[in-house]
Write a protein that binds this ligand. Structure first.
Ligand code: ZN
Length: 376
């Protein structure tokens, strides 16, 4: 591979730089949609808000159903994808949980996780922290060993074969009982060395974060990190963000876009350096008085530590992080420097050792330099 920086230096030193071929002339920030697309595609990335079960593509569902002797109520992949119609969080979750029925064995979870990691690595994701929902599997009689074991084996193989590092976050499903979440945590704790943290997902309505205060405390005592979803446009959303930050001391907020409606909470989050994992496909717009607010743009402008993520790509038009960033760039008029800042935010707030972080940040900086981009 040629080093583009050397070419840049050569171009600057040459008395007749225009004699150089166009591709070698200078590092220029992306100036049109095509070059922006190339810039985003090659950008070293991290992803922290992706639900592994939300990467279960329709074709894999058919393959797993066949392997497990199950029949699906759809004629083919296209018909299944046409059924992915939702208008709010509960209608989305119904489709999402129905889809998990095909995940039964350790090999199924391996295939699911490896499939995501292969796709992510192909889009220059260097590091991912992935959510999974054990309660949904435990209640179907799938052993936690199969779930965590398959995903862990896939993580190891993907690191070796594809060079992508990853870690795992166990999510409590907030619409199920607190007892069910505690059972899942207790089942998983013997495997805590395979986990990096716990999170909170699923239907927020009527399920405030304090419902799981005991669970977060227990996980923290076991050495796990803590993050939680604060979905956008939910009832009592600002109270939930406040509770997550102040009472439950969350280290990260997943989504959290409504914080732009509270200067006080924004100041608190900023002072603590709280990261926000925004998923523009699902949580990019906050609705205020019936009008949409571009949450990503406002959070960036407010100096919050925002990263951009894909959430449940198999159910969101199979748009993974590169496609999500390309769309976000257009919708939120992100500059190249802001795109670098978003990835820098991600690497800076990853739950990884300093040496690993420094390596990622150095790669990001070198990449930005080859394009003549300085992160703001
Ligand atoms: Zn999510």
């Amino acid at each position: 591979m040629f080093d583009r920086r050397q070419l840049i230096h050569a171009a600057l030193a040459a008395p007749f730089a225009c004699a150089l071929p166009a591709w070698a002339r200078a590092a220029k920030p992306p100036a049109n949609a095509a070059s922006m697309g190339r810039f985003i595609a090659g950008l070293p990335k991290a992803e922290f808000h992706v639900h592994l079960e939300g990467t279960l593509e329709a074709d894999m569902k058919f393959a797993l159903a066949k392997r497990n002797g199950l029949s699906l109520p759809y004629a083919d992949v296209a018909a299944m994808k046409r059924s992915y119609v939702y208008h709010d969080l509960p209608s989305f979750l119904k489709i999402y949980y129905d889809g998990m029925q095909v995940l039964l064995t350790e090999q199924d979870f391996y295939d699911l996780a490896y499939g995501y990691l292969r796709k992510a690595a192909s889009q220059n994701v260097l590091y991912a922290e992935m959510f999974f929902d054990p309660q949904e599997h435990l209640k179907r009689g799938v052993a936690i060993e199969a779930v965590i074991g398959g995903i862990t084996r896939a993580r190891g193989d993907a690191a070796k074969s594809l060079g992508i590092e990853s870690q795992l976050i166990l999510c409590f499903m907030r619409d199920l009982s607190a007892g069910s979440a505690m059972e899942a945590l207790d089942a998983a704790l013997p495997y805590k060395d395979k986990l990096i943290g716990v999170g909170l997902d699923s239907d927020e309505k009527g399920n405030p974060p304090e419902k799981f205060a005991e669970h977060f405390a227990k996980a923290r005592a076991a050495g796990l990190h803590v993050t939680m979803h604060c979905d956008v446009n939910q009832e009592n959303t600002l109270e939930h963000i406040r509770t997550a930050l102040l009472d439950l001391k969350t280290e990260r907020i997943d989504h959290g876009g409504n914080i732009v409606q509270s200067p006080e909470l924004m100041a608190l989050a900023r002072s603590r350096g709280i990261p926000f994992t925004v998923c523009p496909t699902f949580s990019g717009q906050v609705i205020e008085d019936g009008r949409p607010i571009n949450a990503l743009r406002q959070m960036l402008d407010a100096g919050l530590k925002v990263s951009v993520n894909s959430d449940d790509p198999a159910y969101m038009g199979s748009e993974y992080i590169t496609e999500v960033l390309i769309r976000a760039q257009k919708d939120s008029t992100l500059t190249p420097a802001e795109l670098v800042r978003i990835e820098r935010n991600a690497f800076e707030t990853a739950w990884i050792p300093a040496q690993q972080r420094d390596g990622y940040l150095a790669r990001l900086k070198a990449y930005a330099q080859t394009w003549g981009v300085t992160a703001g």
